[in-house]
Design a protein around this ligand. Structure first.
Ligand SMILES: Cc1cc2nc3c(=O)[nH]c(=O)nc-3n(C[C@H](O)[C@H](O)[C@H](O)COP(=O)(O)OP(=O)(O)OC[C@H]3O[C@@H](n4cnc5c(N)ncnc54)[C@H](O)[C@@H]3O)c2cc1C
Ligand code: FES
Length: 278
């Protein structure tokens, strides 16, 4: 694929080479990608790239590795339709087009010095993993860290090896739940919202970040507010259909806001004022 260099870097497609592919579940694969000359992607946790395949199309995918690990970056892709099915056919050594990184990611600076509550539903763990590993690599800059993870069933759980590692760390409180499971499952069963009341936290010192399906947000926010966490301490990552990633096409627009440029991560005090945002 020829790289198309147009002066603004957001339009420029870089050639990313797939270095490693890991099958995470029946539906999701993890792609480790390197840019030419081992250039770092230089992203913030929570940002995304537009991934393209010549003759097939382009889709936004969250960067799921931490920017502290600079020699390559990782994308976790669910086989959801035509484009992502084509991505899943690729082999190690194949190339994909990469535009970006785009958007405003998680609020790393406001998180520093505070306690952090991270809430991931389903594939929402992919972008949050970037932030979690960033926090682990800069652990002393953050207070108490709680991770709550919700998954449809045990088989859909992503990054199982890493989850086991987070669970073992004494400086992280990790808790997960599945919506349904066979009787052999020894963990929690129930919606992710059921984990919030049990979390021991100082609400005024805690910043909560949630990432998951839109349906999850209203219930998660209700539980966080019940715990006494102020609205301004709650951040949500909003997923909207996107095309350009550049604030030009309007696909991701909510009123006068472009999710691709102004988000995907937003403070809840803003989100609650916009009809239809969650
Ligand atoms: C900011 C952002 C980050 C994303 N990060 C990831 C990620 O890390 N991993 C991942 O697997 N997917 C991610 N997605 C979703 C991904 O872009 C879509 O699943 C993909 O575009 C589907 O393309 P397709 O041609 O394979 O499927 P299609 O055949 O086009 O659609 C399959 C299904 O996906 C839905 N869909 C299509 N496009 C989008 C879209 N842009 N946003 C949400 N749903 C969509 C459709 O409604 C349909 O239900 C992200 C989307 C956004 C906006
Ligand atoms: S994706 Fe085109 S304006 Fe946001």
């Amino acid at each position: 694929m020829e790289s198309i260099a147009i002066n603004q870097s957001g339009y420029q497609i870089k050639r990313g080479r797939i270095e490693e592919i890991t099958e995470l579940t029946e539906l999701e694969k993890l792609f480790r990608i390197v840019l030419p000359d081992d250039e770092a992607l230089d992203h913030d946790p929570g940002q995304f790239v537009q991934v393209s395949l010549f003759g097939v199309g382009e889709a936004p995918i969250s960067i799921c590795s931490s920017p502290t690990r600079r020699d390559s970056f990782e994308l976790c892709v669910r086989n959801a339709g035509r484009f992502t099915a084509a991505l899943h056919q690729l082999k190690v050594g194949d190339e994909v087009g990469i535009r970006g990184p785009f958007g405003v990611g998680f609020p790393v600076v406001p998180l520093e010095g505070n306690d952090v509550l991270l809430i991931a539903g389903g594939l929402g763990i992919a972008p949050l993993r970037s932030l979690i590993n960033f926090i682990i690599d800069n652990r002393r800059d953050f207070g108490k860290v709680d991770i709550l993870l919700g998954s449809r069933d045990p088989e859909s759980m992503l990054f199982c090896d890493e989850l086991a590692y987070w669970r073992k760390r004494i400086d992280i409180n990790f808790c997960c739940s599945v919506d349904r499971a066979a009787p052999e499952w020894e963990g929690n069963v129930g919606l992710i919202t059921a984990l919030i009341p049990g979390a021991s936290l100082d609400p005024l010192k805690t910043i909560a970040v949630a990432c998951g399906p839109p349906i999850m947000y209203r219930f998660v926010v209700d539980e966080l507010l019940k715990k006494g966490i102020p609205e301004s301490h709650i951040y949500l990552s909003l997923e909207r259909h996107m095309k350009c990633g550049l604030g030009k096409c309007g696909h991701c627009q909510i009123h006068d806001v472009y999710c691709c440029q102004d988000g995907p991560v937003f403070n809840y005090s803003w989100v609650k004022k916009i009809k239809g945002a969650i």
